[in-house]
Design a protein around this ligand. Structure first.
Ligand code: ATP
Ligand code: MG
Length: 268
């Protein structure tokens, strides 16, 4: 299975060192500086949530780690090596499941190993495992349009997990789901992550979600995004959501984070 948290090679570690990123302006306009002076060490096996106002550069940070973008200044490295492009060591999950409509659930999940030329039997065995873990048994032959939003997102998770990436980059993966489905998906993510040991860098707007999932929360400033605050969470896992929301530390941290994002002038 994927790298255990103690892997000395640290293939699941992501280091952003004084990263800045600008997008060129369209038709001769000014460039947009999305993030600046962003330094963060995401330790192997940890779960880090990025929070911040819309447009502050959260997706840009994920895209830099994924290798879809190259930083304008500074460096991004994964497992000690500079990121030069996308790779199988990093799986990505977006808000939209982005399943291929002409492939069924099983065929969507096996796409990555197929493209990588993995042996068919091995791929099918892995697919069966992740189909079971994500509770999609019985839906293998269904087309994406025959699934609920939560099931589509479970298929997207299984598709990202099957290549056993050391790192999962997740951009508001549960943002489009209803509150209860979102909670089930959060629990699913936590339980499968215990099995795979992957490092997770997770973007969300939902402070409760970040408090439930993360080992560490990173709050960003408005654009150009910098790190405003890093909060290491004090909760002991596994967590039960219904108990967590009665925890005084949860309420206090939620209050603190909301003030930081929405009312930075108070700077508490
Ligand atoms: N491909 C692009 N070309 C030009 N500008 C871009 C591009 N991608 C992002 N930007 C700009 O960079 C800034 C940061 O965008 P980004 O998508 O990273 O923000 P975000 O924090 O993920 O926002 P949201 O919470 O709304 O998803 C925005 O001002 C956006 O307009
Ligand atoms: Mg975004």
């Amino acid at each position: 299975m994927t790298v255990p948290a103690s892997d000395p090679a640290g293939s699941g570690r992501i280091v952003f060192d004084r990263v800045a990123h600008s997008f060129p302006g369209g038709s001769g306009g000014n460039a947009t500086e999305a993030v600046t002076d962003f330094s963060l060490d995401v330790e192997q096996g940890s779960f880090v949530c990025l929070l911040g106002p819309s447009g502050c550069g959260k997706s840009t940070i994920l895209n830099l780690a994924a290798g879809f973008e190259r930083p304008t200044r500074g460096s991004v490295s994964v497992g000690g090596r500079p990121v030069t492009g996308p790779g199988p060591d990093r799986g990505m999950v977006f808000q939209d499941a982005n399943l291929l409509p002409w492939r069924n659930v099983l065929e969507n999940i096996t796409l990555g190993p197929e493209l990588a030329g993995r042996p068919r039997e091995e791929t099918l065995a892995a697919a069966r495992r992740f189909i079971t873990l994500t509770g999609l048994q019985g839906f293998e032959r269904h087309a994406p349009y025959e699934l609920s939003g939560g099931m589509r997102q479970r298929a997207a998770l299984a598709r990202a997990w099957i290549t056993e990436p050391a790192i999962l980059l997740m951009d508001e993966p549960f943002g489009a789901l209803d509150a209860q489905t979102r909670l089930s998906m959060q629990e699913l993510l936590m339980s499968v992550r215990q099995v795979t040991g992957a490092t997770v860098l997770f973007v969300t707007h939902d402070v409760d979600e970040a408090l439930f999932l993360a080992d560490e929360i990173v709050v960003m400033t408005p654009r150009p995004g910098r790190i405003r605050k890093k909060i290491v969470l004090p909760f002991t896992r596994p967590l039960v959501y219904e108990q967590l929301i009665l925890n005084a530390a949860f309420t206090e941290l939620k209050h603190d984070i909301l003030y930081t994002i929405r009312r930075p002038e108070y700077d508490i």
